[in-house]
Ligand binder design. Sequence first.
Ligand code: SF4
Length: 364
Amino acid sequence: MGEKKKRISALDMPDVPAGQLPEHMEIQRTRVVAKSDAPIHTEGVQYCGAYMSMGVDNSLQLDTFCSDFRVEVKRLTEDEIEFDMVGIDASLANAFRRILIAEVPTMAVEKVLVVNNTSVIADEILAHRLGLIPLKADPRLFEYLSENDAPNERNTIVYRLDVSCGKDSPRITVKSDQLKWLPNGSGLLRGTQSYTSFSCSQESLPEFSENPPKLMHDDITIAKIGPGQAIELEAHAVKGIGKVHAKWSPVATAWYRMLPEIVLLREIEGESAEELKKKCPVNVFDVEDIGNGRKKAVVKNPRACTLCRECIYGASEDHVEVRRVKDHFIFTVESSGALPPEVLFTEAVKILEEKCDRVISELS
Ligand code: SF4
């Protein structure tokens, strides 16, 4: 380690086949390179004529995009999905992330009618806590409740909470499973009228009889009440989006990172190989026996790289290059429970599609 980089004169460089970029320019176009101080080549090269003088067309072709674009699911659990999205620009990957966080709708408690609250928690704090409880209700089965609409069986879910602690009882913890679904709507009256206008029971609707609205978790603490205290209220959940309030966001998190690519710029053998292996905290490197008692470093698990840059500090920068592939995104979506994570992503795709249709129709 520590030898100087060999410089090659431009006149001695090998000819590049027509229609291709020289290697260093191809890296600049397609990779972000992490240097020990800061990353370089971070911007995307969008201009179609950027390499025209070299006979390379940099325009985005729809048929090439369609043939190259792919999505591969790497991990899928009940509430989390990790998939690779390949052949797409960072702006589109980010559009999906933002739509997932802020524009895919869910159901959440929006209105709380407090009949009685003698607990130490103020009404507004209680209402806020109820709003943040994730509901397992498919938002696609509901309509938005606009200002002029009456709450009905198609746009509102009503829950009732009625708990009290006896005068001589120990303090009790009120949990989310004590919220009871009222399929016939509100049981409270404003004058002679109910707060909701349900024309039928939600239980009688085929979409809910199979799939009744539930709470995602039964053990979320809502409040603690002491002897003689009571809470009686109704919580009305409606459809909304995370852009209005984070309680409607369907994801606990949605994030992506570019695919790591670790390149050994030269053979690293012996002690140096062992040193390199030890430097990486997530075991990206391994040491292979190459016979005659010799060992060399190899890249074993580049996907695990966290970009900590430990392996390129100091003299190692000439031996190892840490890159990111600009059009390959590792996406992770963690659902808060209303919809399975794979459905959330397809919903985000539909929303982006609708936006594109709107732009096209406006333009035409
Ligand atoms: S940047 Fe960090 S995580 Fe990535 S290979 Fe180097 S040492 Fe390992």
